[in-house]
Design a protein around this ligand. Structure first.
Ligand code: NAD
Ligand code: UDX
Length: 432
């Protein structure tokens, strides 16, 4: 049985820890956030992720996963230490590496035997070498170690399934033996394993996220043209997606990409290119197109309400940046609700799971509702912000009866325009 230490129990760290435990390894998951660790010991999850609660509890009962705030305890018998701490955007768009640096120092100060340190956080190219330098200089007594990059590709909302069945496992290291050991750890996942040098593995992660974000921005730009020429972007995407060279995923036009990864990673990649004297033209446009989606949604709903939203009541359905998560990082709902409040609208919001996380991020003037029908009562318009399944199943006749005026702006294309017309809504979607 391998002993694994996972540093950071956020979306990636906790899923990594729980999944490795479920694969039969002994895992100690560590975080500097005492509250998080205390809660986890009591079975309270720090995040909403479908299935995670059950997975953690099963492996706690099986004695395969433990939680601690002590690096000494976590590293006592560890062969592997995964770093899964946050790498948010810094002031100029660069990745802020302060948490990685702190984790690397703490690992160095507390390791007592040979260790393979694996970077799972998304980190700028060259960070693996930098981490190796930190560990070398911060160790009180020299112990053998290797640094390996093993970027994570899971999506929130389907994190466990993505972790357990990845499209590929990418492993980068200058130490072939360490890379092979990390590959061995991932064999039960039965995915193709790509072994590269450190910097190439780090670049694969950024390139993958930036490429997916590019696909979405491309479709969003196309959606605007579809509206003007009378085409339906949803059907265009379906028609394109059958071509294996294009692929059918990440072609959904809408309010654009948010979340904890695409925004900061595209920006960080552009920052790296600029730092090297390049002009990242595509990445800059991909970000510009994305930022405009939120402004355009507000403009469009304003148009639907006759050009004035001052004093109007607008209900937002969905707050999380995507369904099946309570993550609010860079969620379109933050900018859209703020713009509506600034324009003088009364803003109501509802989300099945993200309300508590969202509250401090929204203007105090935004009113939260516990039920979509209560929210709809006397609204001048509804906006679909997150494509939760429960919004797809709403009783549309009932919603129409509750609204003051039957106006719906569907930012995620969840309804059929024909049906909406039949029910009698003034309905606008994206690119159709
Ligand atoms: P998160 O903010 O949810 O969690 C980070 C955790 O690290 C927090 O619990 C924090 O308390 C802890 N931490 C910070 N400093 C620490 C330290 N010195 N020692 C121990 N713990 C420390 O972050 P996340 O969303 O899980 O992202 C982690 C990394 O994984 C990032 O680099 C991110 O880009 C990458 N990533 C995230 C996702 C995702 O969907 N969230 C997917 C793939 C990759
Ligand atoms: C993303 C990557 O997919 C994952 O590989 C990486 O590890 C972390 O970042 P995540 O942010 O959890 O995962 O969600 P994802 O499903 O990729 O969606 C990201 C954003 O793109 C969301 O805001 C979503 O609404 C948007 N999106 C996605 C679209 O607008 N259209 C699409 O077709 C797909």
């Amino acid at each position: 049985m391998k002993q694994i230490c996972v540093v950071g129990v956020g979306y990636v760290g906790l899923v990594t820890a729980a999944c490795f435990a479920d694969l039969g390894n002994r895992v100690i998951a560590l975080d500097v956030n005492e509250q998080r660790v205390e809660n986890l010991k009591k079975g309270v999850m720090p995040i909403y992720e479908p299935g995670l609660d059950e997975l953690v509890k099963r492996n706690v009962s099986g004695g395969r996963i433990h939680f601690t705030t002590s690096y000494a305890e976590a590293l006592k018998d560890a062969e592997y230490a995964f770093i899964a701490v946050g790498t948010p955007s810094g002031e100029s768009g660069e990745a802020d590496l302060q948490y990685v640096e702190a984790a690397a120092k703490s690992i160095a100060q507390n390791m007592r035997a040979a260790l393979i340190i694996i970077n799972k956080s998304t980190v700028p190219i060259g960070t693996g070498d930098w981490v190796a330098d930190i560990v070398k200089s911060a160790q009180p007594n020299p112990n053998e170690f290797a640094v390996v990059s093993c970027p994570e590709f899971l999506r929130e909302g389907s994190a466990i399934a993505d972790f357990m069945s990845p499209h590929r496992t990418v492993i980068g290291s200058m130490d072939k033996d360490a890379a092979n050991k990390v590959a061995h750890l991932h064999l039960p996942l039965r995915a193709p394993i790509v072994i590269t040098d450190l910097r190439t593995a780090e670049m694969i992660k950024y390139a993958s996220n930036a490429f997916l974000a590019t696909k979405i921005s491309f479709m969003n730009e196309l959606a605007d043209l579809c509206e003007l020429v009378g085409a339906d972007v949803k059907e265009v995407a379906a028609g394109m997606g059958y071509d294996a060279r294009i692929g059918r995923h990440f072609l959904d036009a809408g309010l654009g990409w948010g979340g904890s990864c695409f925004p900061k990673d595209v920006e960080a990649l552009a920052f790296m290119a600029k730092e090297k004297g390049l002009n990242p033209r595509i990445l800059n446009d991909v970000m510009d197109v994305n930022n405009d989606r939120r402004k355009d949604a507000v403009k469009n709903v304003t148009k639907m309400l006759g050009g004035e939203i001052k004093g109007k009541t607008i209900g937002l359905l969905g707050l999380a940046f995507k369904p099946n998560t309570d993550d609010m990082r860079y969620a379109p709902s933050i900018d859209i609700s703020a713009a509506l409040v600034r324009a003088g609208a009364n803003v109501r919001v509802y989300d099945p799971v993200a309300m508590e996380v969202a509250r401090p991020l929204l203007s105090a003037e935004v009113t939260m509702f516990k039920d979509p029908y209560d929210l709809a009562k006397d609204c001048d318009a509804l906006m679909i912000i997150t494509e939760w399944n429960e919004f797809k199943q709403l009783d549309l006749e009932k919603v129409k009866g509750l609204l003051k005026t039957p106006v719906i702006y569907d930012g995620r294309n969840i309804y059929d325009p024909k049906v909406m017309k039949e029910v009698g809504f003034t309905y606008r979607a994206v690119g159709r």
